[in-house]
Design a protein around this ligand. Structure first.
Ligand code: IVH
Length: 723
């Protein structure tokens, strides 16, 4: 078994810096070869890079460009030319290197040393007051005291964590479950709004290590541009800027991320060494001075009345913004008070998100139609008189199911109140009974499927009515759409329209049929040119080796979402193993409940499913199994804490390694800690570990231990998925 995570050429004691040229050529004094950059060239490259970085900060971070586009392009050209001549100057941090690294197959886990928490919500003035009273009570302050608050906009994007070591970006990660995210460094490096090097102000210092946190988002204009590009190529458009930002950040090809102008604002801090902030406003000002984009719409409020006024202003003010917000975040400004208030469960007590009520408007129900989903569920949808809700024209709203229609007594012709909250699909809140004229028509669920005419069923105790026909065309179409979707097999080029075309005439009757498509068949369809057809076929071909979790998710087994599919794939490693597993074994897997276990077991027992798997296999679909080390359990149940400066591994690499080996990396030492790994200059955690009698390892001992554990646990592993 190969110990994959260790750098292959590490020299103990030599710090490996991200961005180092692999073999830095030594320029010997008596040999003057012109192929190596001398001091002059290095200085010139550094000066050019510095000018470009400052221009980026002014352009992206502060919308105040100081040099023209032509001047900027000239600086870039000069730097590129210099780097072409002396490639060792093109370090990872160079502004020329924002695009470059190749596509990745997946994202490595990125543990957060300090967990990324979420926020509690306050809906309206009263809940805000309750939160304020609580923080005063907790701090032992009299009720009449006013606590200073920093009020910020709550950006509707994706939280990201960026780690800078001595000012250089070394890791970017998503939030994930708050404990572990995904490593998206290559993609984040392409975002020009995000500095890869922090600006150092004269006379000021930078932290030796800092994890800055913020939100990556897409502005309205860029969102519209991306969707119109996708539409042109027959792809599936994004429902809102947030989804588009998420899709762009988790791109396997950094060049795609680079082509989308993602933006970012930073507002928080995780682990931090060699620097301290006094308050939220101090943090924001410092971030700005380092070139990190911060949102300008921030206000220090001395009283709760000022906080409320800030929230009220932005309730209407948000419509003029060029990006989405989903509320306001109110933070106790003083960091000493923040520390005292601390956090409970997953939210800090020093901050709260102020949310605006969902916007409600009135309109009429023109008709009610039935949609058939991929599981055969029949969902009634109201076709509405189009109406603007928070800047978006709404013409449909879900009515959920028959029980909901009865409960709300929605009839065709009714005036109804609809609402849209965040990205949620609009829904009918209530009927305006006072507007009834008596001509409205009650709605009954059909007894047969509107797509295939089969008698529908509604199992006892369930709210959902279903079409039981496995070959129901609409159901098949939805299944195919799900199978090819980004979260599943990710087959680009097959959008809604293409799936409809393929299934309507029975060309594709199930997901296995996708793999039998030929150029000739595709070209028979209207509006299918040779270019698009070839692209679709090549994308279908590439999907044959997608990771097992994606295939599992794509098969549409009930209760198997993206995460559960990951859990099953990493536990069982192959379809063969999964198919041969009992309900009890399935239910014994961590995070798999009884209902899910039964659903998976039933699916694999079903004869049609078995035939489908055989056909997929015959079509060459051989999902890639998770790597051996990803399924390793050699550190199962062990909790490791890292402290001090590591030399051979980066902190996130070491923690990722622990996680992949089944252990847990934690940020604090307790009696439950299995080992404390102490790097150079370890401080209070080392003292605490010694006090508690926790075993302490050096970095070398940790690496040796892991290697040893891996070798000693090497057992014959089941062959990778090659069915
Ligand atoms: S502070 C302890 N400030 O909102 C969490 N969060 O619902 C501290 N968000 O996960 C977060 N804008 O992704 C903070 N100005 C802002 C924010 C903000 C957006 C997001 C963030 C967080 C989520 C919580």
């Amino acid at each position: 078994m190969v110990f994959r995570s260790l750098p292959t050429q590490v020299t103990p004691g030599k710090r490996r810096r991200h961005g180092d040229f692999p073999v830095t050529p030594e320029k010997s004094s008596d040999i003057s070869l012109d192929i190596f950059a001398d001091d002059e060239h290095q200085k010139r490259a550094a000066a050019l890079a510095d000018k470009i970085r400052r221009a980026d900060v002014l352009y992206y971070g502060q919308a105040q460009p100081e040099i023209s586009d032509a001047e900027y392009d000239a600086l870039m050209r000069d730097l590129r030319a210099l780097e072409a001549q002396y490639p060792e100057l093109a370090t990872k941090d160079s502004p020329t290197q924002r695009v470059g690294s190749g596509a990745v197959t997946g994202f490595e886990p990125a543990p957060h040393v300090v967990p990324m928490l979420s926020l509690d919500n306050a809906f309206g003035a009263e809940e805000l007051m309750l939160w304020d009273e609580r923080r005063k009570r907790l701090l032992g302050l009299p009720a009449e005291t006013q606590i200073e608050s920093a009020c910020e906009l709550k950006i509707d994007g994706l939280s990201v964590s960026l780690t800078y070591v001595n000012g250089s970006l070394v890791r970017a990660a998503t939030r994930g479950d708050g404990e572990t995210g995904e490593d998206i460094t290559s993609n984040v490096r392409t975002i020009r709004a995000i500095p890869t090097v922090l600006l150092k102000q004269a006379g000021a210092s930078l932290p030796s290590r800092i994890e800055v946190r913020g939100e990556v988002f897409l502005g309205h204009r860029e969102f519209a541009r991306i969707n119109s590009d996708i539409e042109e190529t027959g792809g599936k458009t994004f429902a809102n800027p947030r989804n588009a930002a998420a899709g762009s950040l988790r791109q396997k090809d950094p060049n795609v991320t680079a082509s989308r102008r993602l933006d970012a604002f930073f507002y928080g801090v995780g682990e931090c060494e060699g620097y301290s902030f006094t308050s939220q406003l101090n943090l924001l000002a410092t971030y700005k001075s380092w070139g990190l984009p911060t949102n300008p719409n921030v206000q220090l409020c001395a009283t709760l009345a000022e906080v409320q006024a800030f929230c009220d202003i932005w309730e209407t003010g948000k419509q003029k913004l060029t990006y989405d917000i989903d509320g306001v975040v109110i933070k106790t400004n003083d960091f000493r008070l923040q520390l005292e208030l601390g956090a409970v469960s997953r939210s800090p007590r020093w901050a709260i998100a102020y949310k605006y009520p969902a916007i409600q408007v009135r309109t009429t129900v023109n008709s009610i139609e039935i949609q058939v989903g991929r599981t055969g569920a029949l969902t009634p949808v109201a076709n509405l008189e189009p109406v603007a809700v928070a800047g978006v024209i709404v013409s449909r709203a879900t009515l959920h199911n028959q029980d909901e229609i009865r409960r709300k007594d929605v009839r065709v012709g009714d005036t109804v109140v609809i609402q849209r909250a965040g990205e949620v699909i609009p829904e009918v809140v209530e009927v305006v009974i006072a507007e009834r004229k008596g001509t409205e028509e009650p709605f009954e669920m059909p007894t047969t499927c509107p797509s295939c005419g089969t008698d529908v069923v509604r199992p006892e105790g369930e709210a959902v009515t279903r079409c039981p026909n496995l070959r129901c065309p609409r159901k098949v179409e939805q299944q195919i759409e799900h199978f090819v979707s980004r979260a599943a097999m990710d087959i680009e080029g097959l959008g809604e329209k293409q799936c409809e075309l393929l299934t309507s005439e029975g060309t594709v009757k199930d997901v296995a049929d996708l793999y039998t498509l030929t150029l000739e068949t595709l070209l028979r369809f209207d509006r299918m040119g040779e270019k698009l057809a070839t692209k679709i076929l090549s994308n279908i071909d590439a999907s044959r080796t997608r990771p097992l979790a994606r295939l599992l998710h794509g098969l549409g087994i009930r209760h198997i979402g993206e995460h559960t599919a990951e859990v099953l794939a990493s536990h069982f490693g192959s379809l063969t193993r999964l198919a041969a597993t009992s309900v009890e074994e399935l239910a014994a897997v961590h995070e798999i409940g009884k209902t899910t276990a039964e659903s998976v077991w039933k699916w694999f027992q079903n004869e049609e499913s078995q035939q489908l798997l055989v056909r997929l296999q015959a079509a060459g679909v051989t999902p890639t199994a998770p790597q051996d080390s990803e399924r390793s359990t050699v550190l199962a149940g062990k909790i490791l804490v890292f402290t001090g400066t590591l030399v051979r591994l980066r902190r996130d690499e070491a923690e990722g390694l622990v996680k992949r080996l089944g252990g847990r990396a934690s940020g604090s030492v307790s009696k439950n800690t299995s080992w404390l790994v102490a790097g150079e200059s370890a401080g209070s955690k080392l003292t605490k570990a010694n006090e508690l009698g926790v075993q302490v390892l050096t970095e070398d001992e940790f690496i040796a231990m892991v290697e040893e554990l891996q070798h000693s646990s090497a057992q014959p592993e089941p062959a990778a998925e090659q069915e």
